[in-house]
Ligand binder design. Sequence first.
Ligand SMILES: Nc1ncnc2c1ncn2[C@@H]1O[C@H](COP(=O)(O)OP(=O)(O)O)[C@@H](O)[C@H]1O
Ligand SMILES: [Mg+2]
Length: 272
Amino acid sequence: MSVLEIRNLHATVEGNGILKGVNLTLRSGEIHALMGPNGSGKSTLAYVIAGHPHYEVTEGDILIDGESILEMEADERTKAGLFLAFQYPVAVPGVSVANFLRTAVSNVRGYTEKATNGNGANNGHSGVIGSNLMPMREFRRELNDKMKEYNVDPSFARRYLNDGFSGGEKKRTEVLQMAMLEPRFAILDESDSGLDIDALRVVSDGINKLATEDRGFLMITHYSRILNYVRPHFVSIFYGGRIVKTGGMELALLLEEKGYGWVEQEFGTVTA
Ligand SMILES: Nc1ncnc2c1ncn2[C@@H]1O[C@H](COP(=O)(O)OP(=O)(O)O)[C@@H](O)[C@H]1O
Ligand SMILES: [Mg+2]
């Protein structure tokens, strides 16, 4: 059992206060949906949790099992079991999906340390290809199995990451990444945006398969559509840089029916 805790989190980007006291507890086995209007700071929250250097935490804390992760770099947070699927995944021409995943998996599973002599210095094999990566055959076998399991076409392994991918292909690739990295906490930012109904099904099936007892999900979404496929235990409304209300699926349905206008009326005056 793991716990991700966000305590009174305040954060700025380029001097502008965006997060204004976010409180959220996510336990393994839970799916927590975070719904809010555009510009309310949802993606900012995701970036701050992931450790994006552009964002500055000015107050509050983020903890995994009681330990603050604020001082950790983004890759250390990944190692600690955090996974973030971005709203706008960037294309990386020149880096294949397979190579990207092999590097990421090797980092998370500690192959990088295994190639050093223990005091931080390299044992002389630095720069030797394969010295700090998961063995190719082992990796390939696992990648093929997971591609089959999560309905990703095998040709994707050779394609450049997100380069010319459709919205649905990007999101499927993220599910594959999650399946390979096996994070303790996954934060999915608008995983449903730009998906047609078939792609939404595939992506939702993947998330449901990965939503096991030992993993927590924070599903950031503007629309309640995906929540009809991936059922949340909790739904929180995010507005003005903080959570203003938490409940169950009925909140998502209320937003579906009434939109976000009433949220602004009820919680409109937010001060830092
Ligand atoms: N790099 C940035 N520089 C300045 N302002 C930003 C930056 N990124 C986001 N913001 C501002 O932060 C607010 C929240 O944005 P965002 O977190 O993307 O909201 P959401 O994901 O809920 O739509 C917006 O007003 C946006 O303009
Ligand atoms: Mg966003």
